[in-house]
Ligand binder design. Structure first.
Ligand code: DHB
Ligand code: FE
Length: 280
């Protein structure tokens, strides 16, 4: 059977991707940030997942205001890196896992989550930056990736609780897939950040740290946080954090926090990172 072994929470700041692509990871500004992912890169290289379900948001790259799916699962065999205005990032093509993706689509939709099925989609920094942070710069990504795009760009995004419940449905879906696969799930975006308006540059480390604590130990409580609190405490783009609750919901109730890293700043944001392992 397929099994989810671990979840990874990770920011997806586009400037991190640019720093990697332009060979700046050793610069004084960036060096402490990339050092914080060294453990994780070694860990995941040793763990060798077959598939990563990568929860992220599209930033008007594949979708636009013309079409805004709340939850969209990528069922294609391949996904090209998106051109976000500077040409596509020089990263490998993302290889999907159509078999598991269609199974998750079927299982979650029959569980009454109205998932959009996507058979063609370019993937932007929301998806490729976490891959770069975790896997470095390989010639090909070492695992299959199932993109799961969440609308956190145009109001109204899904609630944290809805995301958490979707995570439970994904857990059930993966557990009922009858192929022996080692699966991980990433929740990306965040942490506190606001990119526009008078509060641009807002960082709330206290909120971020509490979020990480609760993500580990009290996800039910965390799932009750309302949109308005995310926006007030974590900034308008801090709402991306609801995506971490999909990852957490896909794990067991009790998890082991294997690793945590928190760093300010990267671009205009706080970078958070956590690894949660399911019991073996
Ligand atoms: C920025 C953009 C993002 O999508 C994000 O999650 C964090 C930061 C930015 O433009 O700096
Ligand atoms: Fe983002």
């Amino acid at each position: 059977m397929a099994r989810i072994v671990a979840g990874v929470g990770c920011s997806h700041v586009p400037a991190i991707g640019a720093a990697i692509d332009l060979g700046k990871t050793g610069d004084p500004y960036w060096q402490p940030l990339f050092k914080g992912f060294e453990f994780s890169r070694q860990w995941i290289a040793a763990e060798r997942p077959d598939v990563v379900i990568l929860v992220y948001n599209d930033h008007a790259s594949a979708f636009s205001l013309e079409l805004i799916p709340t939850f969209a699962i990528g069922c294609a065999a391949q996904f090209q890196p998106a051109d976000e205005g500077w040409g596509p990032r020089p990263v490998p093509v993302v290889e999907g896992h159509p078999g598991l993706a269609w199974h998750i689509a079927q299982s979650t939709i029959l569980d009454e989550f109205d998932m959009t099925i996507v058979n063609k989609m370019d993937v932007d920094h929301g998806l490729t930056v976490p891959l770069s942070l975790m896997f470095g710069q390989p010639a090909a990504w070492p695992c299959k990736v199932i993109p799961l795009a969440v609308n956190v760009v145009q109001y109204p995004p899904p609630t944290g609780n809805r995301c958490y419940q979707l995570g439970h449905a994904i857990r059930k879906a993966v557990a009922s897939f009858d192929r022996d696969l080692k699966v991980m799930i990433f929740g990306t975006g965040g942490m506190s950040h606001q990119l526009q308006g008078p509060r641009a540059g807002l960082i709330n480390s206290e909120f971020d740290r509490r979020f990480l604590d609760q993500l580990s130990a009290d996800p039910d409580g965390l799932a009750r946080i309302q949109h308005i609190e995310y926006v007030r405490e974590a900034g308008s783009e801090g709402i991306e954090l609801v995506m971490w609750l999909i990852m957490r919901g896909a794990l067991e109730e009790q998890v082991r926090e294997l690793y945590r890293f928190y760093h300010v700043p990267a671009s205009n944001t706080a970078v958070g990172h956590i690894i949660l392992e399911n019991p073996r």
